[in-house]
Ligand binder design. Structure first.
Ligand SMILES: Cc1cc2nc3c(=O)[nH]c(=O)nc-3n(C[C@H](O)[C@H](O)[C@H](O)COP(=O)(O)OP(=O)(O)OC[C@H]3O[C@@H](n4cnc5c(N)ncnc54)[C@H](O)[C@@H]3O)c2cc1C
Length: 441
């Protein structure tokens, strides 16, 4: 079967096997080699492609326990975030951390230790994980938590599927009063103002800056910074909304700030789109927005990853430490802006500490940009990687399809610890993705 990631680059021919129950994982792992799990294929590059065999985990789709007092939810690893939202938002619970799409599995969220718009304050998905059942290369299933098999527990959080296959996991949901976000928009005329707005919003639950990365010169880094809190019932009542207080999905695409153009992505079209977006966003300073468009604006556009054309696209997501971040991010944005490589998705967020040795987050700012695959783009991205490495930063593995081993090794200081864990459980050569082969993990 031909596999690719969300960016549709690279592709890989390999065998796949679909599992329907956790008990099927043991024999597969015991007898297999060169394999890795795949959730819903939303990693952008080659993380969810087994070197020889890819284990399709969406069939592990049962929710097995929920305690409304603690908020603890136990599910199999193939359950989608969208399924959790559909069931639990009407009951007044919300996942503690969500990424920019709800079409991801619990296994994928753990393996990437995903971060949301609240990482600066609340940490990543791994911070809310109570325990997981992991099937090792030996075929044995082990229960891992902060108390039991703790090293394996932490290595699996952000471990990109390279410590075993997660069969099921328990996480803690947070209570909410409504399905709505009280959103405040801050207009930042340049990068310095955007960083300042994120810093000033440290106490806010959610914050994110959408950067118009076409803007250059004095407007380099001009942004709309969205700050959000879960709206209370009082706020919802005051807005006199006729819409559902705990509506799981929107109907509520009302107020969606982002509608993607269907025309081709050339520089002129992206500039025009960014101009319209910036002006439209600037008009509403405070609004109640349904969680769906607030967190998952792109999910409403089916297969938007195809608009970059046949060769696909890459996402470059780095994090750089706070010292000197303004100069470093300016240099990166300036390189992109001057290269004329159109990107209409540029997102800036503030991060705190990651949970596992291979977790992406470190304290600092993360910048994510999409670029279409062309012959020339790889050289530009290598140059940008060098800026990131010099600044003491790193790239996000789940978005990566092309970084070099040198870049990876320079960025991930706890790699030795992770490799040692893999050796100790016999994972080398057995659990192997295209990503792990490329980077020598
Ligand atoms: C539009 C969009 C927005 C995004 N926004 C964010 C964001 O804001 N923050 C963020 O952190 N990420 C973000 N992501 C990335 C996404 O959250 C991760 O790539 C996530 O891991 C995808 O989950 P998945 O189920 O599709 O996993 P896949 O893509 O199928 O796999 C991802 C990794 O998880 C491993 N894996 C999957 N299932 C298991 C299992 N059962 N056991 C062990 N390992 C497993 C795979 O081996 C692979 O290494 C975004 C992606 C998209 C497409």
């Amino acid at each position: 079967m031909r596999l690719d990631g969300w960016g549709r680059f690279p592709t890989h021919e390999g065998r796949t096997v679909a599992v329907a129950a956790p008990r099927e994982l043991g024999p597969l792992l015991r007898d297999g080699a060169g394999l890795v799990a795949r959730g819903n294929g939303r990693a952008y590059g080659d993380a969810a492609m087994g070197e020889a065999l890819t284990v399709l985990g969406r069939g592990l789709n049962r929710m097995t326990a929920f305690d409304p007092v603690s908020g603890n939810l136990t599910v199999e690893a193939g359950v989608l975030l969208s399924e959790i939202l559909d069931v639990f938002v009407p009951r007044g619970f919300f996942p503690p951390v969500v990424p920019g799409t709800k079409l991801v599995t619990v296994g994928g969220m753990i393996a990437s230790d995903i971060h949301g718009k609240n990482h600066h304050r609340d940490g990543g998905f791994g911070a809310y994980l109570q325990s997981l059942d992991l099937v090792l290369p030996s075929g044995e299933t082990v229960h891992c938590s902060r108390e039991e098999n703790a090293e394996l527990f932490f290595a699996t959080i952000g471990g990109m599927g390279l410590t075993g296959i997660i069969a099921q996991a328990t996480m803690t949901l947070r209570p909410i009063e409504t399905a709505w976000i009280d959103q405040r928009t801050i207009i930042a005329p340049d990068l310095g103002a955007a960083l300042q707005a994120l810093d000033d919003s440290n106490d806010a639950t959610y914050s994110v800056a959408w950067i118009d990365c076409i803007a250059g010169g004095a407007a380099l880094g001009r942004s709309l910074v969205y700050v959000g809190e879960h709206a209370t019932r009082e706020q919802f009542a005051a807005a006199q909304s006729q819409r559902g207080v705990l509506a799981p999905a929107a109907r509520a695409r009302l107020g969606v700030p982002l509608e993607l153009p269907s025309w081709t992505l050339n520089r002129a079209s992206v500039m025009a789109f960014n101009e319209v977006y910036f002006r439209a966003g600037s008009r509403k300073e405070q609004a109640l927005v349904h969680f769906n468009p607030y967190f998952f604006p792109l999910d409403g556009v089916d297969q938007w990853n195809r608009i970059y054309g046949r060769r696909g696209f890459l996402q470059h997501q780095c994090v750089v430490p706070p010292d000197n971040a303004h100069a470093v991010l300016s240099e990166i944005l300036d390189r992109f802006s001057r290269s004329g490589k159109a990107s209409f998705l540029a997102v800036l967020k503030k991060l705190g500490n990651g949970t596992g040795p291979l977790s992406f987050p470190i304290p600092g700012y993360t910048l994510a940009l999409d670029v279409r695959v062309t012959d020339e783009i790889f050289t530009l991205l290598d140059e940008i990687d060098a800026i990131v490495v010099r600044a003491g930063g790193r790239l996000y593995l789940t978005k990566d399809a092309r970084q070099s081993r040198q870049t990876f090794e320079a960025g991930y200081s706890r790699l030795g610890e992770f490799r040692q864990m893999r050796r100790s459980i016999g994972a080398e050569g057995r659990l192997q993705s295209r990503l792990s082969s490329r980077l020598g993990i």
